[in-house]
Design a protein. Sequence first.
Length: 161
Amino acid sequence: MFENGQPNARNTEEDKKINAHYESMFKKTKIKTTDGKEIELSKVKAPIVVLNFWASWCKPCLAEFPSINEMKKKFNDDQVLFVGVNTDSEDQLSNIKKTVKKYELNFPIVADSDSKVVDDYKIEAIPVSIVFAKGKVIEVSNKQKDFDSGETVELFKKYLH
């Protein structure tokens, strides 16, 4: 897909189709967070939006949270809006609450109880993070990601200027 915001050798026609699908979905996505707020992605002021698909039972998903917290210390919500999409199927709200408390998460979380967001974005495995800059896909991570890596911080800075 993309590395450092640049297409790499694996940037196939299939990847381009997937990214076009994500960008199309970004324009239409309206989601409700666990605290009742509506987020319409196309109207978010932050130039960078990260959709992070996770579940409370997914160890690689949970391992990302400390780096997300560190990244959020570098960028405010007007610069980078991070949205967690929880995919738990059992005791979802209870599991979200426990995870938020344990990892001190301070970003909006969507309880995707009917798998609508997962289905809309055609997510097949987690963790997945889709990074958008002004509605365009700049990175897709289909594995555990270090959001506080120098590489990611530089990528975000590049799109904020």
